[in-house]
Design a protein around this ligand. Structure first.
Ligand SMILES: Cc1cc2nc3c(=O)[nH]c(=O)nc-3n(C[C@H](O)[C@H](O)[C@H](O)COP(=O)(O)OP(=O)(O)OC[C@H]3O[C@@H](n4cnc5c(N)ncnc54)[C@H](O)[C@@H]3O)c2cc1C
Length: 372
């Protein structure tokens, strides 16, 4: 009999949440994480209704709600005019919490469920499947070792090495652009997002807990490598004068979209960013990974430890949801692309229409992951 029912590769938000769900089901779980310390990069901030349901199922919803800021809605602007104003209904609330805090709450929950499940400083180098188990080769500070399990879940992120080793393809999807972001203190903290879809490119801002606001600027002709450069670009595109700390360093990121050609091979399954990269413009990648984790936990709990799970339905669902999320993100990115006057006029008309009374509820649903 294998030592574990499930070994999870990667303790990002998706691997951590899945581990909590499986432990709650009474399965024997190990999580291998190559980093010795928690990841403090500031990436995801937005938590949508399906993500919140997943956090509730994992037992951390209350802790997340206690720390997060509630986003009440947002507005879309272009050329100094408001085109649409949306308010999120209480049943589709969006919470804002920086990813390192969400990860920390998930880690604490995992630790409470099983003090031994998370093994840090442990890199998985290979997985090999035999008739009734999977052998997982690991590299740790104590040397090379091997774990055995019934199923391996690969949650090792966008640059997954194991995905390639399994011979699973990684197809590029529409939507590709570069952005710069900076978190700035706010004199009058708000609770609404503001999207400026300007001819020179997108400027968006989201309130953060603790009286700060995240500014995201699509790269264009300006030099955005310094706080002063970002401030100048925001002022020029929107007329807003930010007060930035001159020493602050904007972080740049490339928003791209990819999808794995399949998400399982025998007893090895991909979840989260290892299965699909969704553009951060739209902020749904982590949430979508959690939705995968909830579906996968149900399949694994139904089958293990008695038999191998049938993951063909899961595979279809994951790829269908990812395709929908990627289409939406590609659309949001196109609304904030640098554009000539006739295109800007056309998209302003479209955004006014989407924000008008008959469509407003439908649009808010799209933005908050309805149907994913
Ligand atoms: C700027 C930015 C903003 C974003 N904003 C949002 C947002 O608002 N909302 C949202 O839903 N999403 C957002 N996202 C996406 C979100 O950050 C990712 O979808 C999420 O981190 C994916 O989680 P994951 O657990 O699948 O992978 P990751 O977070 O990448 O975690 C993978 C883990 O696996 C570990 N690992 C890798 N290889 C191995 C190995 N061989 N052995 C052991 N461990 C290994 C890594 O060290 C890492 O800890 C944003 C992304 C960016 C870049």
């Amino acid at each position: 009999m294998p030592e574990h029912d499930v070994v999870i590769v990667g303790a990002g938000p998706v691997g951590l949440l899945l581990a909590c769900l499986l432990l709650e089901e009474g399965l024997r779980v190990a999580v291998c994480e190559r980093r010795a310390e928690a990841d403090d990069r500031t990436r995801a901030i937005g938590i949508h209704r399906p993500g919140l349901d997943a956090l509730d199922a994992a037992g951390v919803g209350v802790a997340v709600r206690a720390e997060a800021l509630r986003l009440h809605g947002g507005e879309v602007r272009s050329r100094r005019r408001t085109l649409a104003t949306l308010t999120f209904a209480p049943d589709r609330e969006v919470l804002i919490l920086p990813q390192p805090r969400t990860d920390a709450l998930l880690r604490a929950r995992l630790q409470a469920l099983s003090a031994a499940a998370l093994v840090t400083g442990c890199t998985v180098t290979a997985v090999r499947e035999s008739a009734d188990e999977v052998r997982v080769a690991t590299d740790t500070p104590d040397g090379l070792s091997e774990l055995t399990c019934s199923v391996v879940v690969v949650a090792d992120g966008v640059r997954s090495r194991l995905r390639g080793d399994l011979g699973i393809g990684w197809r590029r999807r529409a939507g590709h652009a570069s952005y710069v972001m900076l978190d700035v203190a706010e004199a009058m903290p708000g609770d609404r997002a503001v999207l400026h879809c300007e001819p020179e490119g997108l400027v968006e801002s989201f309130p953060l807990p603790g009286g700060r606001r995240r500014w995201v600027v699509r790269e264009g002709a300006e030099d955005l490598r310094t706080a002063a450069g970002l401030r100048a670009a925001v002022a020029q595109r929107t007329g807003i004068e930010l007060e930035v700390d001159e020493g602050a360093q904007p972080a740049s990121f490339v928003a791209a979209q990819h999808r794995a050609t399949r998400v399982h091979r025998g007893r090895v399954v991909l979840v989260g960013d290892a299965a699909h990269e969704v553009s951060p413009i739209g902020g749904q990648g982590m949430n979508l990974g959690w939705v995968d984790a909830v579906r996968l936990a149900a399949e694994l709990a139904r089958a293990l430890p008695a038999r191998a799970p049938d993951l063909s339905g899961f595979d279809r669902q994951v790829r269908r949801s990812a395709a929908r999320a990627q289409r939406r993100s590609a659309f949001y990115m196109s609304m904030g692309a640098p554009a000539a006057a006739p295109v800007v006029r056309g998209r302003e008309l479209l955004m006014r229409t989407l924000g008008a009374a008959p469509l407003r509820g439908w649009t808010a649903g799209l933005l908050t992951m309805r149907g994913l």
